[in-house]
Design a protein around this ligand. Structure first.
Ligand code: GAR
Length: 201
């Protein structure tokens, strides 16, 4: 029986959600999981520096110059090497194929910076999500953590948290508020929920 689920965090950029996960782990908030690997889809992702600062192995699997098949084969090889049980997509902006996702049923979670089903789907990532929310004039947005069992945003929702939109918000200001009030809180909670579930079985 597993005592701790082994977590790989997939990232593409700054890695503030990764930082939240690492801090949560260090302060004992993910007792049923352990972050054993950080995989970045590009070599220059600052998230790799964050991983190194916390003593967690980080690898770049650069999507550029690779076909989808070789990219996913390279990811799978790393996941096997590190005996990973759970994948957390934390600002991972490369698309994973349905074939890849099928190999990890109920084992992949993703954070998205809106209240799904609003402002999600193709082309909706990062600042674009907040720009779309402001353009539509919604007064409340938030973040969602969901299982990834279907591409692109399919899978049961695990956690959501609402965040107010305030007069004068820019996409950057709103992005920061959604991260602080919702994303950095929800993602460690959802990771622990899933790891706890897995280690029970
Ligand atoms: C986060 O806001 C995350 O929710 C978003 O990218 C940002 C990554 O920031 N993900 C998506 O838009 C996925 N569709 P980070 O690298 O600082 O964690």
């Amino acid at each position: 029986m597993l005592t701790k689920a082994r977590i790989a965090v997939f990232v593409s950029g700054g890695g503030t959600n990764l930082e939240a996960l690492l801090n949560a782990q260090e302060s004992g908030q993910i007792p049923h999981g352990e972050i054993v690997l950080v995989c970045a889809s590009n070599e220059s992702a600052y998230a790799l520096t964050r991983a190194a600062n916390h003593g967690v192995p980080g690898v770049a699997v650069p999507k550029k110059q690779m076909t989808q098949e070789t990219f996913e084969a390279a990811l799978s090889e790393k996941l096997e090497e590190y005996r990973v049980d759970v994948i957390v997509l934390a600002g991972f902006l490369s698309i994973l194929s349905a074939d890849f996702v099928k190999q990890w049923p109920d084992r992949i979670i993703n954070i998205h910076p809106s209240l799904i089903p609003s402002f999600c789907g193709k082309g909706m990532y990062g600042l674009k999500v907040h720009e779309a929310a402001l353009a539509r004039g919604v007064k409340v947005t938030g973040a969602t953590v969901h299982l990834v069992n279907e591409i692109p945003d399919g899978g049961r929702i695990l956690l959501q948290k609402a965040v107010d939109i305030l007069p004068g918000d820019t996409a950057e200001i709103l992005q920061r508020r959604v991260m602080e009030q919702a994303e950095w809180v929800l993602l460690p909670q959802a990771a622990e929920m899933l790891c706890k579930q897995i280690t029970k079985n």
